[in-house]
Unconditional design. Structure first.
Length: 182
């Protein structure tokens, strides 16, 4: 089962990178074939779907092979980073039937406002937001690459368990949609 984990900010010093890398490794430990997709690797400044640059085609292939998606993003002023929106907007049909897990990062709110925005956005793309984890004060939660807080580790394991169940249940929909995209 393939899960793609999108790191949704290109900001220097991003705390969400630590979370995204942890999730990528944790997914592997739990039996997923996981891959990190970093918005920094897709320097797009437009969303014109009819003129597809090579970066978008590379991203498209990754999404089409995914069984599930995880979006990791920090909350920026109650919303999400622009580069994440630009990347997500390059596709539409390819997302249908994907269960999506949302992981937010914020020192104050944990990203509660961002979570609501991303759930709405995912639904618009015909993805199914099914699981989420809010990370508060990332600097205090990690010891190097390891998550120190046992409760967070349990949340992450439940998060991936739900993602797997829904990925299996939604597979017929994804298969049908993807046959039409080939």
């Amino acid at each position: 089962m393939k899960v793609k984990i999108i790191l949704g900010t290109g900001r220097d010093g991003r705390e969400s990178e630590r979370v995204a890398k942890y999730l990528t490794e944790k997914a592997r430990e739990l039996g997923f074939e996981s891959e990190l997709i970093d918005v920094r690797d897709y320097p797009l400044c437009y969303t014109h779907r009819w003129k597809v640059p090579p970066e978008v085609e590379r991203y498209r292939k990754k999404i089409i092979e995914a069984d599930a998606l995880v979006i990791v993003a920090p909350e920026y002023n109650g919303g999400f980073p622009g580069e994440l929106k630009i990347l997500l907007d390059t596709l539409f049909e390819e997302y249908e039937g994907l269960p999506v897990g949302i992981v937010t990062v914020s020192s104050v709110t944990g990203g509660a406002r961002l979570l609501q925005e991303l759930k709405l956005l995912a639904t618009n793309y015909r993805m199914l937001p099914i699981s989420w984890v809010l990370f508060y004060n990332v600097g205090e939660l990690f010891d190097g690459k390891e998550l120190k807080d046992e409760k967070y580790r349990e949340r992450v394991e439940r998060f991936f368990g739900r993602l797997k169940k829904y990925a299996l249940a939604l597979k017929p929909i994804r298969d049908e949609v993807r046959r039409g995209l080939q």
